[in-house]
Design a protein around this ligand. Structure first.
Ligand code: ADP
Ligand code: MG
Length: 451
């Protein structure tokens, strides 16, 4: 299954209305009962089922009737919602070739009306770390907002917030343009990931720039945590740009020292192997910072004057809170522990195989222009706030008592209708769970470390 943006053009207002209804239902359901979709979408002339069939045909939703008749969004469905929102905002107007398949993302070129090419990163949290996430299911079971949409959206928001903050502090990162759902739009970085570079004119300079960036990050209170040859871009003038921020942690993280040393080790190892650099000879070289160098020339975490909280204001301005960071850290920490040295690791979770197949075979036509009708932006779904609006996704339903109440009522009715006559049906998202959910989440928040 490819990301055929052509399909986007042929999707009607009703298609998007129903797709959005599935998305809204997923705030409380892993699989959204058909009845609930119908009630949220409130199509004027009915026909939700016909629309669902069309969405299914285009693999925008997945049908599941194992427990009851319902649907969930696929990655592609979620992609389409984000892409449509961003196109309607005028951020870009066409999608081009795929730039990269990361561990937890797909990156595409997108083009603006004026021809400027940008990069679009679609987060796929769960592709690799799904096992880690899965192992936390006990913790997550009572959380109505648990699913890959939530995690991917949080990762995207984090990446966007960090990119913006780092840019404002003079770091060489892509320019953050916009963010919606699991999708981040940023400037296109010229050049290639360092892993593809076989030769450098000035490996010493590049090396020092990179190690200097690791140190400066720590001085700003941050550790990249995945700082390696896959996440460093280098252009023809050997200018270095760092990318990929969803896993960053604070220098006050309990494992900060380990993450810092690991980032440094990755760079040393790579430069030694790829560019035959010998670090013993560099013993007396200064890298320009005030950090002391030990006998093998490495910056020491303990010697860095770390200023945590440096970027707080900027991050908060993008809507990414400490709570979000704590949440994300908690959920992906298993993945962080794992040393990551390859961007094309296998996946390997049956549950997501279908979606993974979808995204791995993505093959996009060159710069398809989407020409979406602007009017589509204004549609209303049920009585809920317009999910296409700015700020959508930034608010969980539990933060909106009205929405939660209305969804709960609809859910109860829908489940009753959908399961009339079915015995022993137990949803993961019944009312009983709700108390558990909030008590569980507040308990967890209290335990979480700052960043
Ligand atoms: P992941 O988190 O999945 O590892 P990355 O952000 O590292 O994703 O991106 C994966 C690949 O996509 C990168 O190695 C790079 O080749 C390409 N890429 C990412 N962002 C950009 C960008 N802004 N400009 C150009 N290429 C990019
Ligand atoms: Mg990466």
């Amino acid at each position: 299954m490819k990301l055929d943006v052509n399909v986007l053009r042929y999707l009607s207002k009703d298609d998007f209305r129903v797709l959005t209804a599935v998305e809204m239902g997923m705030r409380n359901h892993e699989i959204v009962p058909c009845e609930l979709i119908d009630r949220i979408a409130r199509l004027k002339h009915g026909g939700t089922y016909k629309v669902l069939k069309n969405l299914l045909k285009h693999k925008l939703v997945h049908h599941d009737s194992s427990k009851y008749d319902g649907f969930r969004l696929t990655y592609l469905g979620y992609d389409f919602l984000a892409i449509k929102t961003l196109v309607n905002r005028g951020i870009f107007s066409g999608v081009g070739r795929q730039l990269g398949v990361g561990k937890e993302s797909d990156i595409f070129e997108v083009v603006k009306e004026d021809g400027t090419v940008l990069a679009m990163k679609l987060h796929r949290l769960g592709r690799v770390s799904f096992r880690a996430v899965k192992s936390k299911r006990d913790y997550l079971r009572h959380r109505s907002n648990y699913n890959w949409l939530y995690l991917s959206r949080l990762a995207a928001l984090k990446e966007f917030a960090f990119m913006k903050a780092l840019e404002e502090h003079g770091f060489s990162v892509p320019q953050a343009v916009d963010c919606n759902r699991h999708c981040v739009i940023m400037s296109l970085v010229p050049g290639y990931p360092l892993v593809q570079v076989k030769e450098l004119q000035n490996p010493d300079v590049v090396f020092e720039t990179i190690i200097g960036a690791v140190i400066r990050l720590a001085e700003h209170g941050l550790i990249h945590c995945d700082f390696n040859e896959f996440n460093i871009m280098i252009d023809d003038d050997e200018k270095v740009t760092m990318i990929d921020f969803p896993q960053m942690v604070s220098v006050s993280h309990p494992n900060a020292q380990m993450y810092f040393d690991r980032d440094v080790e990755c760079i040393y190892k790579f430069f030694a192997k790829r560019f035959n650099m010998s670090f013993e000879e560099n013993e007396n070289n200064s890298d320009g910072s005030e950090v002391e160098i030990d006998e093998i020339g490495r910056p020491q975490f303990s010697e860095i004057n770390k200023n945590s909280g440096f970027l707080d204001k900027e991050l908060a301005a993008s809507g990414f809170t400490r709570k979000d960071q704590a949440e994300l850290e908690k959920l992906i920490e298993g993945d962080l522990e794992k040393h990551s040295d390859s961007d094309d690791e296998g996946t390997g979770d049956d549950e997501d195989e279908e979606d993974e197949a979808d995204i791995n075979n993505t093959n996009v036509k060159q710069l398809e222009s989407l020409h979406l009708a602007k009017e589509d932006d204004n549609h209303q779904v049920g009585e809920e706030p317009d999910p296409q609006d700015e700020g959508e996704g930034e608010t969980e339903s539990e933060d909106d008592p009205e929405l939660e109440k209305s969804l709960s009522k609809q859910r109860r009715k829908a489940i009753q209708a959908a399961h009339r006559g079915k015995k022993n049906f137990a949803s993961r998202n019944t009312y009983k769970d709700k108390g558990g959910k909030s008590s569980q989440s507040s308990k967890v928040h209290k335990q979480l470390s700052g960043w």
